[in-house]
Write a protein that binds this ligand. Structure first.
Ligand SMILES: C[S@@+](CC[C@H](N)C(=O)[O-])C[C@H]1O[C@@H](n2cnc3c(N)ncnc32)[C@H](O)[C@@H]1O
Length: 225
């Protein structure tokens, strides 16, 4: 299934807002670490509802672009803001529609692993970033998160599951320095008492605690030389 077919359906059924609510628990911590300055140009890869850019605008960034392969996601994102400095564009991770050295910082939450060729996408990110620019890449689907391994079965788009060291190596292969790698726990998701399980696909409370409170979101930060 194409990205467009899969995620247009998610957008039409309101899952863009559901993702925003859930992803915000850890995305906000990744966003808070980004060294954005007033007037910077930022890009959000796989923007979904576009919440990351609305948050970064509150910190004074100049231009904010959200790229998404799903026209319906981009249409929804546009409808959530009337800020003229924020633009949502339809495009693919394979071919970023930005000039070389034109973007100060790139963010991506729960989207990078859908790239058809993630190594090529990293080279694209390195190409569009200005020297000293950063890529904050956050994912919940990664090898060490054993609770994510079944996710591919429920989705029609091919997903890449790297471990932490594969992320670091791929960033370096693309010419980015790895400034930081960390996991961000989700301390906000509601985890019910043990007798409520199975719950949300978890057999036991311990599994859900491990998934959210211990493993959380993997953040890899690259810096363009
Ligand atoms: C799981 S959603 C995450 C959305 C948002 N970043 C969030 O945190 O809620 C992944 C998004 O990436 C987009 N996407 C997936 N593959 C893509 C590709 N190859 N090119 C552009 N966008 C893509 C999807 O359309 C979808 O909106």
């Amino acid at each position: 299934m194409s990205v467009r077919a899969e995620f247009d359906e998610w957008a039409a059924s309101g899952r863009d807002k559901g993702m925003e609510d859930r992803h915000w628990h850890t995305a906000k911590h990744a966003l808070a670490r980004m060294p954005v300055e007033a007037g910077d140009t930022v890009l959000d890869l796989g923007t979904g509802s576009g919440y990351a850019l609305r948050a970064l605008r509150e910190r004074g960034v100049g231009r904010a672009y959200g790229l998404d392969g799903s026209p319906e996601m981009a249409r929804n994102a546009r409808s959530y803001t009337d800020d003229p400095a924020v633009g949502y564009v339809v495009g693919d991770f394979d071919d970023l529609p930005f000039a070389d050295d034109s973007v100060d910082h790139v963010f991506s939450m729960e989207a990078f692993y859908y790239a058809p060729d993630p190594h090529h996408t990293l080279r694209e990110v390195a190409r569009v970033l200005r020297p000293g620019g950063t890529f904050y890449c956050a994912v919940n689907y990664y090898e060490e998160n054993v609770h994510s391994h079944g996710w591919q079965d429920g989705i029609g788009v091919e997903m890449t599951r790297w471990d932490k060291s594969e992320y670091r190596a791929a960033f370096r292969d693309a010419g980015l320095h790895v400034a930081e790698q960390d996991t961000i726990p989700d301390r906000e998701v509601d985890i019910p008492e043990a007798d409520a399980f199975p719950h949300e696909g978890f057999d036991t409370r311990a599994d859900m605690v491990e998934r959210y409170r211990t493993l959380g979101t993997l953040l890899t930060v690259g810096v363009a030389p």
